[in-house]
Design a protein around this ligand. Sequence first.
Ligand code: BGC
Length: 264
Amino acid sequence: MNKHEYLGIDVGASGIKGGIVDIKKGELITERFRLPTPNPAKPAAVAKVFNELVQHFEWKGKIIGCGFPSIIKKGVAHTAANIDQEWVGTNAEQLLSNATGCPVVVRNDADVAGIAEMKLGIGKDYQQDTVLIVTIGSGLGSALFTNGELVPNTEFGHFYLKGHNRIVEQFASDRVRKNRNLSWKNWALRFNKYLKMVEKLISPDLIILGGGSSKRFEKFEKYLTVEVPVKPAILLNKAGIIGAALHAKSMEKKIKKSFEPADN
Ligand code: BGC
């Protein structure tokens, strides 16, 4: 394993995906490998599948980065919108480190995807601006950057549009499009309402769309009427894995330190 190689894993509501990333080149150097998320997605069951992925890559000892669909503070999950409620209060870093025998660092999935897009994707040219990355999948994830700095754990998929009695990700996510069999147009009209509200609330200079649906941008671009430019992510659905690997690299020194014996 060369020193620029890091394993990134993206835990999602329906799949757990991983790959080895050369963070110097900013690209995956293995095939992306995916296993279905267990149902129910309880911590012990997810940790088992997570370890299967790690074994698949024959990864040993070196730090692993993980994106996780929840508010994450100091490694602990604080919410569970699209995974099992048992995650709330679980120290995901400890659990996954114990399961794999490698140090694992965990952050919100949209935040890590955003980190990748800002460093290696379109965001590169918007370092002095306010940029919002929205990931469209089972939920609506968000990552907010201002002057290149992440404001972690924003949950812009969790507000209510006027007159609605469910949060906006239950109205305009990709899961809703598929479950309700919405045409691209009908889904896009919903998603556009969401973008308009986001534009009103935070006035970003750019919105980048990630997640599975970003690959189909040409199907719905014409229905978006916000003034702010909206662009599909360059890294598409690899952003989560690449961002997790970048996060692992950024935490490596700190983690090593916390394992060193203290000087007395
Ligand atoms: C979660 C977010 C997550 C998003 C995308 C939402 O339901 O609350 O934390 O980023 O889904 O997975």
